[in-house]
Design a protein around this ligand. Structure first.
Ligand SMILES: Nc1ncnc2c1ncn2[C@@H]1O[C@H](COP(=O)(O)OP(=O)(O)OP(=O)(O)O)[C@@H](O)[C@H]1O
Ligand SMILES: [Mg+2]
Length: 242
């Protein structure tokens, strides 16, 4: 398969509640894909399945063998909240992998990449929300993944910080050749960042629409094309089946 990650006919239930049904999607090398849908529709559930963190589902999860190549752990995950360990420094949080000794140079490089150079010794409580999210992104990159899965990583920061973090993700994805699958409920964010926007809806959720965003980066946030695509996404969200 040429895709790095492929989900095929995913069906997921929690006891009586079927959350996802017949969901198929693939993430190709170099792609940025957004997953959009109402709260509770199963976005985090789907991302956890894609990350290999939840094995209790029907359907198939295929990982390209390339993902397991070399020392890379293949997939990095950034959760909905930063989940930093309060007793560890920023640098230790980034390089924390099952008690193995952290690669100091790589940690310093990542601190530089996310704009936190010189803050490695700080403790999480000394960080702003946006800084904590940047640490979480650096930690997601620590295993040199080819795929980065992000679950609404910027939901807790202000609009301006959010825009900067979006640009940071675009920059890092290009710099390290990483494919990105990102959950968001922000239409502007989805069309600005992504090559494709996938919209979930219905009960149980399935894919109700998919939009391509055929615009090169860097993009102009005020571009008419983005406003048009946002309108299309909005229509798909409002025309949700039940
Ligand atoms: N561990 C669990 N046990 C039981 N039900 C769960 C569990 N995790 C999620 N659910 C249910 O599955 C549904 C989807 O949850 P999920 O967290 O995937 O939604 P989401 O789309 O990420 O929502 P949000 O946008 O609010 O983060 C919800 O109805 C939720 O109550
Ligand atoms: Mg969620």
């Amino acid at each position: 398969m040429s895709a790095l990650l492929r989900l095929h006919n995913i069906r997921k239930s929690f006891a009586e509640l079927t959350v996802l049904d017949n969901v198929s999607l693939a993430l190709a090398a170099g792609e940025i894909v957004s997953l959009l849908g109402p709260s509770g529709c199963g976005k985090s559930t789907l991302l956890r399945i894609a990350a290999g963190l939840d094995a209790h589902f029907e359907g198939e999860l295929e990982r390209n063998p390339l993902l397991d190549f070399g020392s890379s752990s293949g997939i990095g995950v950034v959760f909905q909240e930063p989940r930093l360990m309060p007793w560890l420094s920023v640098a230790e949080n980034i390089g924390f992998v099952d008690g193995r000794k952290a690669d100091h140079r790589w940690t310093q490089q990542l601190l530089h990449d996310v704009g936190l150079e010189g803050r490695g010794e700080a403790l999480p409580k000394q960080l702003s929300g946006g800084m904590a999210q940047r640490v979480a992104i650096a930690r997601g990159l620590y295993g040199r993944p080819q795929v980065l899965l992000l679950d609404e990583p910027f939901s807790a920061v202000d609009a301006f910080t959010r825009m900067k973090l979006q640009d940071l993700v675009i920059k890092l994805a290009a710099q390290y050749d990483i494919s990105v699958l990102m959950v968001t409920h922000d239409l502007d964010e989805a069309v600005y960042l992504s090559d494709r926007v996938i919209i979930l809806g219905g009960q149980p959720s399935r894919i109700v629409a998919e939009l391509a965003v055929p615009l090169a980066h860097p993009r102009d946030r005020r571009a008419v094309e983005l406003a048009f695509l946002k309108g299309e996404a909005l229509t798909a969200l409002y025309q949700q089946p039940t």
